[in-house]
Design a protein around this ligand. Structure first.
Ligand code: CA
Length: 366
């Protein structure tokens, strides 16, 4: 029987090879050369060297692409400041001096205000909603259109999950306590703080601890328990507030120079897209895991208090957040267009989350 099977298989295999041999499936000479070409790219990030999860994730992504492409796409990853200053990575990739970047789109809010929808919106959607909007609800198409004039292709890569509200030197009992408060808080959240009388300060991660410890800042937000603990913020302020109303599910981005992207053969593009999706999942779940571990550690500390913002404060911040979004939309047509899309998606999607996630969470608490 075995012999008979081989007799049958061999001719079929030959037939398959023979049929395939002369067809266009094997590609023209130029296509074959292109698929064998090796690309050596640089990636710059907005993160400090050795920054857990984010910089780590960018490096894992590069390793994955290298392995999946059998070394045909080599990406050398540089932390913020190693090749270009962290917040200039957008320009470097846009101009094409660097092929790729990793960061968060709200860092470019000065240049592209509407980019903030693809990072964080105060009282906006959490990771689940944001990613459903981006991957499946038309968000990614809007994002691509928005970045096209900058010669950039955006690809979602990572989400921080719900962040924490931040570290405060004094208790926040009412909205009045936010007046005059010097707080490091970027993006739209900063605009909201300003509108309730606070002083938002822009500051990179490496400066935060010293500024808070020396009283240059009265408060700061950073990421969540894991990153905040690593920065030692629990030694610089006593009151740790939640939730992160200003960053309920911050999406991270890969940006690629359009000309560099156009030169990649289709299989390498597919590798980049799929490695980015795999890295997204890794970053999000790693964040969730470590945040919980770090929170347990913070909860056992005698020197700090972990508190929920009073509901009166959250209600006012929510009201003002809506005003800030409407005001921004009134001054920028792109912001308005994406804001409307985001709002409509969210409203429509809440129909399902109400009877799925929300109802289930309520059932658990019964
Ligand atoms: Ca933050």
């Amino acid at each position: 029987m075995k012999t008979l099977r081989w007799i049958l298989i061999i001719p079929i295999s030959f037939l398959f090879i023979a049929c395939n041999g002369g067809t266009s499936d094997q590609g023209t000479g130029a296509e074959v050369a292109a698929t064998k070409q090796t690309f050596n790219w640089k990636m710059v990030t907005t993160w400090p060297a050795n920054f857990p999860v984010f910089q780590e994730g960018a490096e894992r992504f590069a390793d994955m692409v290298n392995a999946m492409s059998d070394g045909r796409l080599n990406i050398q990853v540089y932390a913020g400041g190693e090749l270009v200053p962290a917040l200039q990575s957008f320009d470097a990739v846009s101009q094409g001096t660097i092929e790729m970047g990793h960061g968060a789109s709200y860092y470019w809010s000065g240049k592209v205000p509407a980019a903030q929808f693809f990072a964080a919106v105060p009282f906006g959607m959490t990771a689940k909603g944001v990613e459903t909007w981006i991957y499946s609800g038309g968000g990614l198409e809007l994002w691509r259109e928005l970045y096209e004039p900058f010669n950039l292709v955006p690809i979602p890569m990572g989400n921080t999950g719900v962040q924490t509200g931040g570290w405060f030197k004094k208790k926040i009992n009412s909205v009045d306590d936010l007046r005059g408060l010097r707080m490091r808080i970027p993006g739209l959240g900063g605009n909201v703080l300003k509108k309730v009388g606070g002083n938002p300060v822009l500051m990179s991660g490496s400066e935060i601890y010293t500024a808070l410890e020396r009283g240059v800042l009265d408060a700061t937000e950073w990421v969540g328990p894991y990153h905040d603990l690593r920065l030692g913020l629990n030694r610089a302020a006593s009151f740790y507030y939640y939730p992160g109303w200003h960053e309920p599910g911050t999406e991270l981005e890969l940006i690629i120079n359009s000309n560099a992207w156009a030169q990649l053969p289709e299989d390498l593009k597919a590798i980049v897209n799929n490695a980015a999706q795999a890295t997204s999942m890794w970053m999000y779940t790693t964040m969730e895991y470590h945040n919980n571990e770090a929170l347990l550690e913070l909860q056992s500390s005698q020197n700090i208090e972990i508190l929920e913002f009073p509901s009166e404060v959250l209600a006012e911040l929510k009201r003002v957040s809506e005003e800030v979004l409407e005001e921004e939309a009134a001054t920028d047509p792109e912001f308005k267009r994406i804001h409307e899309h985001y709002k409509e998606f969210r409203e429509n999607y809440s129909n399902w989350t109400r009877i799925s996630e929300d109802s289930y969470q309520k059932a658990l608490l019964r």
